[in-house]
Design a protein around this ligand. Structure first.
Ligand code: NAG
Ligand code: NAG
Ligand code: NAG
Ligand code: NAG
Ligand code: NAG
Ligand code: NAG
Ligand code: NAG
Ligand code: NAG
Length: 548
């Protein structure tokens, strides 16, 4: 164990001592949670809804499916911007990117936008021990190079030591040499430190659970898994779950003829990997050769099964420690990932494949009955289980946003729900832009409680009308166009309008392009009918959002 880990344990001990003697709360007396449940918050990086529980027929994800079967699963959950830092800062503060002012990776909201309270900070201020493992905040300036420690966390966040090799040349190529590839199945015994980041994160999380088991304070443990983010670097045995002959191309691998160029993301990060560079694919529109498309899809799915193993081990440890009867488990991803749909790869767009996320919440006694003698989460080895073993759980069709996590988790543990934000909220430290979903979780029957017309908003910035080298992730100063998108059960509607990076204003009189997809007839969003059915009502709804 390294020195960093030792000092973290020491700090954890001090924190716990502080909490036990009441010295932990500085601002006010800790309001002890009425229910006092712990929270295990699992955030997966770049995981789209390619999971068994979301109906995927290829992906093997038995442990996440098992979690879904004990949870309420939201089938229509969306990220507010399909890229890591903006999405994470948005759901962790409960504010939209328009309020965090973060559309790229380059600013810290407390300095740049407002001193907004985060979910873990709120729990910490209310008597919880809050801990971060792996990638929860995006690292770097967007979380002050500290994952927002100490405001958000009781102890210094943990980062797996093997993370530093992620982008190094550790992937064995056909030539026998090591490369920095996109597709990177590895023999774990041959990689540096003989481990991978997510394996280390699981071990560290289990260690913290063992310590917390014996404490009186409730905990909020956030565990951020790195895969299936690129590079697709995972233990090679997971490949056997996905024989190439079983892998298909995306159902719609071509760029739709009526796709506005501003909507297209040219997947620059993929192109930078050595194996993709070797394909000589021309920028921005030439497709990746089909056999390589299959390899990417195969490795993405394999990386998902590898993460599923981590989730299974973590949840089974929670169960071993008899913590499943007083721990809420929230499972999400920060955004999705295109796997060749519309000729696109990676995130960086407003399409469902990039904005839709898995989201499920397990609440003991509420989403599943707790029996002292039976297990809630047994580990199921994705490499050797019999498919169809996992029953379906409760799910909700209501369209929801990641933003609602703040209010939802607060309500579920019995903390006061932060108030709804006023129209302008830069000066308001504690408020959220979305309401609690607890009412959709705390229902006894399988029926959706009433019908609520709901909307999920996402946005994506661009530097210009046509794809450039920086179209995927423009710096704030280069943003000229903002794609404001709304998703209902029936349609996705996106308006690309002029944007001023100095004032942060979207100019609704300056429309660059529009997209409208009618999902009943076009679930994959390949037929843009914007021109034909442009509707003033939809326009006004977007306008309403921008004024918030
Ligand atoms: C931000 O809020 C935290 C927590 O309330 C407080 O400790 C800190 O001083 C505030 N920072 C600024 C710049 O207001
Ligand atoms: C950001 O980190 C720096 C250096 O660690 C620290 O001095 C500063 O107070 C932090 N900023 C905020 C707003 O917490
Ligand atoms: C591959 O597809 C075949 C034919 O559908 C199926 O029998 C087999 O189980 C699949 N293999 C895996 C590992 O899923
Ligand atoms: C890509 O271009 C390089 C240099 O022009 C060439 O050597 C190589 O054979 C090309 N590869 C493919 C797959 O076309
Ligand atoms: C949870 O289970 C443990 C062991 O079975 C038991 O000691 C504890 O009282 C239970 N807690 C709750 C809140 O039911
Ligand atoms: C869940 O619903 C039950 C029955 O309606 C209610 O008594 C309980 O307070 C609710 N719990 C939460 C956390 O909303
Ligand atoms: C908004 O766009 C319209 C149309 O391009 C333009 O005439 C107007 O000056 C713009 N407004 C601002 C504030 O930039
Ligand atoms: C949409 O309508 C405008 C104005 O009538 C027209 O110039 C444009 O070509 C149309 N675009 C499509 C894709 O039909």
């Amino acid at each position: 164990m390294g020195q960093a880990a030792c000092s973290r344990d020491f700090l954890l001990l001090l924190t716990l001592l502080g909490a036990l003697t009441g010295a932990g709360a500085r601002r006010s007396e800790p309001r002890r949670a009425a229910v006092g449940m712990n929270v295990l918050f699992i955030v997966v990086d770049d995981l789209r809804t390619s999971l068994g529980c979301y109906g995927d027929k290829i992906v093997k994800s038995p442990n996440i499916d098992q979690l879904a079967s004990r949870s309420v699963m939201f089938k229509n959950a969306y990220a507010q911007q399909a890229v890591c830092a903006p999405s994470r800062v948005s759901f962790l503060t409960g504010r939209r990117p328009t309020t965090t002012k973060l559309f790229d990776f380059n600013s810290y909201w407390r300095v740049h936008a407002g001193n907004f309270t985060t979910i873990p900070q709120y729990f910490k201020e209310n008597g919880y021990v809050t801990m971060s493992i792996g990638k929860v905040f995006h690292p770097g300036i967007s979380s002050n190079h500290s994952d927002d420690f100490p405001l958000s966390w009781s102890i210094p966040p943990y980062h797996p030591s093997s993370e530093k090799y992620e982008n190094k040349k550790t992937c064995k190529g056909k030539d026998g040499a090591l490369h920095a590839n996109l597709v990177c199945p590895v023999d774990v015994l041959e990689v540096p430190e003989q481990t991978l980041p997510d394996i280390q994160s699981t071990a560290e999380a289990i260690k913290l659970l063992q310590i917390m088991k014996h404490q009186n304070s409730p905990f909020f443990l956030a565990v951020g898994y790195h895969k299936p983010h690129i590079p697709l670097r995972y233990p090679k045995e997971y490949l056997k779950l996905y024989p190439l002959e079983n892998i298909t191309l995306a159902p719609d691998p071509d760029i739709p003829v009526d796709l506005p160029p501003v909507a297209y993301n040219p997947w620059t990060d993929i192109r930078k990997r050595e194996d993709v560079q070797a394909l000589n694919v021309s920028f921005p529109y030439s497709p990746i050769p089909q056999d390589f498309q299959l390899l990417i899809r195969q490795s993405y799915f394999a990386a998902v099964s590898y993460v599923d193993t981590q989730v299974g081990q973590l949840l089974s440890a929670l169960d071993d420690l008899h913590l499943t009867n007083n721990t809420i488990v929230a499972f999400i991803s920060d955004h999705g990932w295109s796997l060749g749909e519309h000729g696109e790869w990676a995130k960086y767009s407003n399409f469902d494949v990039a904005t839709r996320v898995p989201m499920m919440i397990y609440v003991p006694g509420m989403t599943a009955d707790v029996h002292p003698d039976s297990r809630m989460f047994s580990f199921i080895d994705p490499l050797s289980y019999a498919p169809d073993q996992v029953p379906e759980g409760k799910s909700r069709k209501i369209v929801v946003e990641l933003l609602s996590l703040f209010a939802t988790l607060s309500e579920l543990v019995g903390l006061e729900v932060p108030p709804k934000c006023p129209e302008t909220s830069f000066d308001v430290q504690l408020c959220t832009a979305s309401s609690s979903l607890a009412a959709y979780i705390n229902v006894t029957d399988d029926e959706e409680k009433g019908f609520v017309e709901s909307v999920a908003y996402s946005m994506y910035p661009r530097p210009s009308d046509t794809p450039q080298w920086n179209s995927d992730l423009p710096d704030l100063k280069d943003i000229r166009i903002m794609g404001h998108s709304m998703r209902t059960v029936d349609y996705r509607y996106t308006l690309w309008v002029g944007f001023d990076p100095n004032t942060f204003n979207s100019n609704l009189s300056d429309i660059h392009a529009g997209e409208l997809y009618l999902l009943e007839v076009d679930p994959n969003q390949d037929h843009n009918v914007y021109n034909r059915t442009f509707s003033e009502t939809l326009f006004m709804k977007i306008l309403g959002l921008l004024r918030k």
